[in-house]
Design a protein around this ligand. Structure first.
Ligand code: IPD
Ligand code: CA
Ligand code: CA
Length: 273
């Protein structure tokens, strides 16, 4: 049984408070699918409101901490003893917009350049994934460990398919071409934060995506690492938070997927010549 620390309790309280309204909004979105205007404006208001509620709660619980926010203005911490919250109020907005119950609130705490705590919460399923540096990863009270699959042909990998407005749309097909024939299946569920949480839970054996933002992955990275998984850029380098390029696996298949992604990179380079 996991004993949550004070900081995880603070984070859980903030996201659960925001989730009450968010779940109500999600139910409302279903009705708006058929309206002429559609639910887009409504959803962006839900996004901003959720973030605001979380920020207000965290400000009261931990005064002087900084914020890196998807929706609002970033603020630095008051001094070096304080941390910075990194928040994505709805990760999986497209799912939310289409009434697909697969999205999450992601909150991470960074201190001195390191992620020290993270939670990813799906308010519809009430699954709370969380981790603290050096203390393991959990879903609710249950400890998480990545899968033990070693052969790629048994593995299910998740990814993010780039979409309108994303840079380098053309580089993805080569990745799919090289990885697809080698694995049991590839999934695109639409929330990078949950993709990472699912790697930690051993549901996926790996996940790769590029052009992500710190709030998409900060909490998830810690959850995977604390579940004894491995996280790097595609070529094994470590600046994932800066580049937004991520490969997260159970560790056993990390080298093999790195090699496949390197093959894809060569194919893409050849296409450009
Ligand atoms: C998105 C989700 C999605 C990923 C996109 C992200 P958002 O975040 O994480 O899975 O493929 O790149 O932008 O916009 O729903 O917060
Ligand atoms: Ca996101
Ligand atoms: Ca978002």
């Amino acid at each position: 049984m996991a004993l949550q620390s004070a900081i995880i309790n603070v984070m859980e309280k903030a996201v659960k408070k925001a989730s009450i309204r968010l779940v109500r909004d999600f139910n409302e979105v279903e009705h708006l699918q058929v309206s002429r205007k559609g639910p887009a404006d409504f959803v962006s208001r839900a996004d901003v409101r959720t973030e605001r509620t979380i920020v207000e709660e965290l400000k009261v619980a931990r005064p002087g901490f900084g914020f890196i926010l998807e929706e609002g203005e970033d603020t630095p911490p008051e001094d070096a003893t304080k941390g910075t919250w990194i928040i994505d109020p709805i990760d999986g907005t497209t799912n939310f917009l289409h009434s697909i119950p697969h999205f999450a609130i992601s909150v991470a705490l960074e201190k001195e350049g390191e992620i020290v705590a993270g939670i990813v919460y799906n308010p519809v399923t009430d699954e709370l994934f969380w981790a603290e540096k050096g203390r393991g990863a959990f879903v609710g009270n249950r400890k998480l460990t990545v899968s033990s699959r070693k052969n790629l042909d048994d593995c299910v990998l998740a990814t993010g398919i780039p979409f309108m407005g994303k840079p380098n749309l053309g580089t993805f097909p080569a990745q799919l071409d090289t990885i697809m024939p080698k694995v049991a299946g590839i999934r695109r569920f639409g929330s990078a934060a949950l993709d990472l949480a699912f790697v930690a839970a051993g549901r996926y054996d790996g996940f790769w995506e590029e052009n992500l933002q710190p709030w998409d992955i900060a909490a998830g990275i810690l959850i995977v690492r604390e579940a004894r998984g491995m996280v790097s850029e595609f070529d094994g380098r470590a600046k994932v938070m800066q580049t937004g390029q991520i490969l997260a696996t159970n560790g056993s298949i990390h080298g093999s997927v790195t090699r496949l992604l390197s093959e894809a990179r060569k194919i893409n380079r050849a296409k450009q010549i």
